[in-house]
Design a protein around this ligand. Structure first.
Ligand code: G6P
Length: 615
């Protein structure tokens, strides 16, 4: 999703902006650009596609001094919303070559503003909503306003969710920065200052960060940052010290970040577990604080992979704690009038902590009077800051767009919550809870054993890489994994894939089965495995190519399967309860190897963004 970076007061500003844009690449984008003040002119360079195209363009432009001369520069990676992918629509957008703006989000009332500006003689060169911003600035500057006053007047006109940075030839020592819902961070340097969509995009320049709050705007100069709140009063925002994550952004010998992140799971899972456990089996979660003084219904909202984690969480919490759980897609919850009958708290789940749908769901829950909790990976992200209480997954930076280690880390936290609730409401015997708590510590080695299945998964991947459509099936705790397996595969290999609850096949999806369609099932013996195997048999009888990833017992019961991949041997209860975490590994490896064989852009798949900051 769009990313912005800006530098003021530092020599080689445009070079540092490009460095920052590289750090935002993981969010997904389709074009990029920068604007710098250089030799008394506003120089804008933009290109479609990857940053390497922009860097090539920059090195070819006639003004060879751009890199060394500029002390003020803004840059952008664009993920198209309004207007197709083109150089014209790439940011920065300019007005009369005197004002340039980079913007993340959507100006919802841009059409009216655009029509008015056109009638006043402004010429639009792009199809974007953003272009109204530089023209509005230009209009108010021409009317005699200084940059700060012009910015205030712009903000009075626009509606929507946005974060933008503006610069002007008329005010060469100032940046105007504003935020409404979309995230933005200001970095403080020595006689220079910085702006970025997240702290990481500017952590090569400073470790002192201020996060703007909703409705805030700021005038940033090289030696001063003035922040105002939505009531136009001066605001003091906390300065946070972040640690630079040097080293984490390398592939560490792997071909792709996604592959590295899959193999990091045995390391990040214990990191995630340790803050929640005292010793081997005592769980450290203050449930009263989270809104669980009494037995209430829990609402969980999330998007994408995080939503599938929520689905697993529902199964666990209902089974282990006998507590009703409602799960909702964040993008749906926000625009309904949900009943909060019997609810006291909500939980949102987000890797990035910036998904706008999830943030809006959290705010909606807050307005409805719920205590808001969040499972979030990025500390300091908007959701982390706005939730009443956060539980952090410590998966480290996840660069690949397809979520892998964050998903299993989210599952671990959900399992711990389920156990804590089970203990509080005395649903399970204490000895049983203790047994399950001990399981948590054996997870990292179990995941490592699952990773050893890579070669077998590779051979399946090779076999299905040219399929037009692939079906994933699962039942019970592994139904959400069928959905996640299909999502992972379609996200990065672009093969059409759907996940279904195995029992639902006969109610419609079985019509999709034709000769050689791969049908993949994750299965462990849970007492109901015969039912799942019957569902698989139904697909087999209609010509499907059956791929069964299962334990020994289940494999024995399905001799008809074309590919039988046996998972390592684990204790029965462990294998059943933690099957969603275990089976996440073959699901991720399969998607990865299919995509790798097809040669797609695994880490930055087309059209997708890591951090989805528009609704
Ligand atoms: C995007 C990504 C998905 C991710 C979802 C939720 O759609 O492509 O992989 O699961 O956002 O992201 P979050 O950061 O909120 O977990």
């Amino acid at each position: 999703m769009c990313g912005v970076v800006a530098v003021i007061g530092k020599q080689y500003a445009s070079q540092f902006v490009v460095e920052g844009l590289k750090k935002l690449e993981y969010r997904g984008y389709d074009s990029a650009g920068i604007a710098s003040l250089c030799g008394g002119i506003l120089q804008t360079v933009k290109s479609e596609g990857k940053l390497t195209n922009l860097i090539n363009n920059l090195s070819q432009i006639s003004n060879a001094n751009l890199y060394s001369d500029s002390k003020i520069s803004i840059g952008h990676t664009r993920w198209a919303t309004h207007g197709n992918i083109s150089v014209e629509n790439a940011h920065p957008l300019t007005s009369e070559n005197r004002v340039a703006v980079v913007h993340n989000g959507i100006i919802e009332n841009y059409e009216n503003i655009k029509n008015n500006l056109i009638s006043e003689g402004y010429v639009f060169k792009s199809q974007t909503d953003t272009e109204v911003l530089p023209h509005l600035f230009m209009k108010y500057i021409k009317l005699g306003n200084n940059f700060l006053q012009a910015g205030r007047l712009v903000l009075q006109e626009i509606k929507g969710a946005f974060a933008f940075v503006a610069m002007s030839l008329d005010f060469p020592n100032e940046l105007f920065v504003s935020r409404n819902s979309s995230p933005i961070a200001i970095g403080l340097g020595d006689k220079c200052n910085f702006v970025g969509s997240d702290a990481r995009s500017i952590d090569h320049l400073t470790q002192k960060i201020i996060y703007l709050e909703d409705g805030d705007y700021a005038l940033v100069q090289s030696n001063d940052v003035e922040i105002f709140n939505k009531n136009e009063e001066k605001a003091n925002r906390k300065i946070i010290n972040i640690k630079a994550e040097i080293g984490l952004v390398t592939k560490g010998g792997y071909k792709h970040f996604m592959e590295k992140e899959i193999f990091e799971q045995p390391v990040v899972i214990p990191q995630t577990i340790s803050p929640f456990m005292n010793g081997i089996s005592e769980i450290k979660i203050d449930l009263n604080k989270f809104g669980f003084k009494n037995k209430n219904t829990l609402l969980i909202a999330a998007a994408g992979t995080s939503y599938y984690a929520a689905m697993v969480g529902k199964y666990w919490i209902e089974h282990i704690a006998d507590l009703p759980v409602i799960i909702d897609l964040a993008s749906e919850y926000r625009y309904r009038k949900p009943s909060i009958f019997g609810q006291a708290a909500m939980l949102v789940i987000s890797q990035s902590g910036e998904s706008l749908d999830t943030l809006m769901a959290l705010r909606h829950g807050k307005e409805l009077g719920l205590i808001t909790n969040a499972i979030v990976n990025v500390e300091g992200s908007t959701i982390d800051r706005e939730a009443d209480f956060s539980l952090h997954t410590r998966a480290g930076s996840e660069i690949g767009v397809a979520s892998t280690k964050s998903f299993t880390s989210q599952l671990v936290v959900l399992f711990i919550i389920a156990l804590a609730l089970g203990k509080k409401f005395k649903n399970f015997k204490l000895s049983q809870i203790q047994k399950y708590s001990n399981y948590i510590h054996t997870l990292p080695s179990a995941i490592a054993r699952m990773l050893n299945m890579e070669n077998e998964i590779k051979s399946v991947a090779h076999n299905i890489k040219n399929a037009k459509s692939i079906i994933f099936l699962g039942r019970g705790l592994l139904y959400p994994l069928a959905l996640e397996g299909a999502l992972k595969l379609k996200e990065i290999s672009y093969i059409h894939a759907e996940g279904f609850a195995a029992g639902e096949m006969k109610h419609g999806p079985i019509a999709l089965i034709e000769d050689q369609v791969p049908v993949i099932m994750f299965l462990v013996s849970d007492g109901n495995e015969d039912k799942a195997i019957s569902n698989l048999q139904e697909a087999f009888s209609r010509g499907a190519q059956i791929i069964l990833i299962a334990d020994k017992e289940c494999i024995k019961k399905a001799p008809f399967a074309h590919f039988k991949i046996e998972i390592p041997n684990f204790e029965t209860d462990f294998k059943y309860f933690l099957s969603p975490i275990l089976m996440a590994i073959p699901a991720q490896l399969l998607a990865y190897h299919v995509a790798n064989e097809r040669g797609t852009d695994v880490d930055q798949p087309r059209n997708l963004a890591k951090s989805v900051t528009v609704e």
